[in-house]
Design a protein around this ligand. Structure first.
Ligand code: CTP
Ligand code: MG
Length: 221
């Protein structure tokens, strides 16, 4: 069974607000992208990696992969306008005989090895997709534009979902080809009627959105 990872790193990082893409923001002196790349490369579960870089940054991305010794990077392609477009660009580089596609956000650099194993395991039980998630613990409120609370929403059964997300390659390819938009890959598979399972995620999979997140993750490494 061959497992292909797609590392999506093509976002602009507007909320981080640097003059370079988020994937190249400095994390303990190295571009952020180095950390998730290294962790995917080191996983025995991953056979090959497709790197989706910010348009115009393919060259520095490839150089970085070489510098950190990532021998599994098989292709590096420019991403698209949305995350789903970037995923589509990545899937196009995955060979027909791949059994499993695992998609990970470069913006979640602190990828624990055991989560990779956790999302891959249920695929052999017939699930189309498996995603890591954490039950929501805060109280949820629907708030209007003026800041007024409109409703308190039950958090019963609500999970905050992370990456890496693993999929049966054939199902994933079909879902992505349908051309929809979703904030995560599972959303594309669900839209096509796929069965997706949630397994236990990890707080360390925090996504770098703001400078505070970057500082927090730097202190963990
Ligand atoms: N991503 C991508 N292509 C896009 C948009 C996002 O590959 N067109 C990737 C990002 O690089 C990131 C992940 O998807 O690894 C999650 O996206 P997000 O955290 O929203 O990153 P950005 O879009 O870069 O940040 P922002 O929304 O603040 O601009
Ligand atoms: Mg974004």
């Amino acid at each position: 069974m061959s497992v292909w990872a797609i590392l999506v790193a093509a976002g602009r990082g507007e909320r981080l607000g640097l003059d370079q893409p988020k994937a190249f923001a400095k994390l303990n002196g190295q571009p952020l992208l180095a950390e998730p790349l290294r962790r995917l490369d080191e996983s025995d579960w991953i056979d090959a990696i497709v790197l989706v870089a910010p348009p115009g940054w393919e060259e520095p991305a490839i150089l970085l992969a070489e510098e950190v010794g990532c021998g599994k990077v098989s292709a590096c392609v420019p991403g698209g306008e949305t995350r789903s477009d970037s995923v589509r660009a990545g899937v196009a580089e995955v060979p027909e005989d791949a059994a499993v596609v695992l998609v990970h956000d470069a913006a979640r650099p602190r990828l624990p090895a055991e989560v990779i194993e956790r999302v891959l395991a249920p695929l052999s039980e017939g699930w189309d997709g498996v995603v890591p998630g954490l039950p929501v613990s805060d109280t949820l409120k629907k708030v209007g534009a003026d800041g007024a609370v409109e409703d308190t929403v039950s958090r019963d059964g609500l999970w905050a979902v992370q990456t890496p997300q693993a999929f049966a390659a054939d199902v994933f390819r079909r879902a992505v080809a349908n051309g929809g938009e979703a904030t995560d890959c599972a959303g594309l598979v669900e839209a096509g009627g796929g069965r997706v399972k949630v397994v236990e995620g990890d707080a360390r999979l925090l996504k770098v959105t703001t400078a505070d997140d970057l500082a927090k993750i730097a202190s963990w490494l």
